[in-house]
Design a protein around this ligand. Structure first.
Ligand SMILES: C[S@@+](CC[C@H](N)C(=O)[O-])C[C@H]1O[C@@H](n2cnc3c(N)ncnc32)[C@H](O)[C@@H]1O
Length: 299
């Protein structure tokens, strides 16, 4: 089984206008699909991932000029500069989880596979899905499910979880998926635990917290004419990227109620576009279906 099928690969490589001898940041290495394609075009890559599995896999599968860094993209500037790279000619962020993380039952990300309640992208982190499910109060669980999963039955599910854990802690993905499935009425649109699992994963990994600062930091390192491409997989991520890109591409960012500009902010970016995968790609790789690619260019 492949580690991860890269999403919107041709669109990303076209958008970045990869050139021989130039340096690109892949802030979400995963299975190295985007990194590999940049290398093939003659670029060199600084690659970040918080998951040791991704770094290990790519080190043994990619041949070329890649500097690997274990870390989080919210610290990209520090990590890239620390690796001796002062500026970038472009960057890609492909947000969320890899297929490898989802498909490996042991990682505990999937409601389809039985594993321990884990969901950590970085397995050196202590905080796991077990801590959320067995340690959070009923209202905290409901908030997580509502905020990060947009789950309309968040309260019912939280109540069922708290009731179930009274006899003994909930330890596995299958147990949790069953509790969720039994607590919500039938509805169309996938497995009843899909939204809750997304929400818990986002909470465990603090996924939404670092996106905006990562975009600003990484974009600040990109040379004039260079581009930043970001792929998102759900509306919560996409909203953050859209807002961050909008602010970078706008002169004044004062509240609309201000009669005159006091911020002095000047646009440093121009929007290149928003792209969706082709039907051809989603037929072959259904995981691409919810992807949105946004691209901006440094002025
Ligand atoms: C969708 S996959 C990337 C797939 C990759 N583009 C490819 O084509 O193989 C996302 C990767 O980003 C990593 N990741 C998620 N959040 C991160 C963060 N805050 N910092 C660094 N890596 C992160 C995950 O561990 C995962 O390996």
């Amino acid at each position: 089984m492949s580690y991860h099928v890269p999403v919107m690969l041709d669109e990303v490589i076209d958008a970045l206008r990869v050139q021989r001898g130039k340096t690109y940041l892949d802030a979400t290495l995963g299975g190295g699909g985007h990194t590999g394609a940049i290398i093939e075009k003659g670029g060199s890559v600084v690659a970040i991932d918080r998951d040791d599995d991704a770094i290990g896999y790519c080190k043994s599968h990619i041949v070329g000029d890649v500097t690997y860094i274990k870390g989080q993209y919210e610290n990209a500037v520090e990590l890239v500069v620390g690796a001796g790279v002062k500026s970038l000619d472009g960057a890609i962020m492909d947000l969320g989880v890899s297929s490898h993380q989802l498909d490996d039952a042991e990682r505990g990300f999937s409601y389809m596979r039985d594993g321990a309640l884990d969901m950590r992208m970085d397995r050196t982190q202590e905080f796991t899905a077990y801590d959320v499910i067995n340690g959070y109060s009923e209202s905290e669980i409901a908030d997580v499910l509502y905020r990060y999963g947009e789950e309309s039955f968040s309260r019912r599910i939280a109540s069922a979880v708290v009731k179930a854990r009274q006899s003994s802690p909930i330890k596995t993905t299958s147990e949790l998926a069953q509790i969720i499935a039994a607590s919500v009425p039938y509805r169309k649109g996938g497995h009843p635990a899909k939204k809750s699992f997304q929400a818990i994963r986002i909470e465990v990994n603090g996924e939404l917290k670092g996106i905006e600062s990562a975009i600003n930091g990484i974009f600040g390192m990109i040379e004039r004419g260079g581009r930043l491409a970001v792929i998102t997989f759900h509306s919560l991520e996409d909203r953050i990227v859209k807002t961050a890109f909008g602010a970078l591409a706008t002169d004044c960012i004062c509240p609309k109620s201000f009669p005159v500009c006091v911020c002095g902010h000047r646009a440093t970016a121009k929007p290149v576009g928003r792209f969706r995968p082709t039907a051809q790609e989603t037929n072959v790789n259904p995981r691409a279906k919810s992807a949105t690619l946004r691209v901006i260019e440094k002025l």
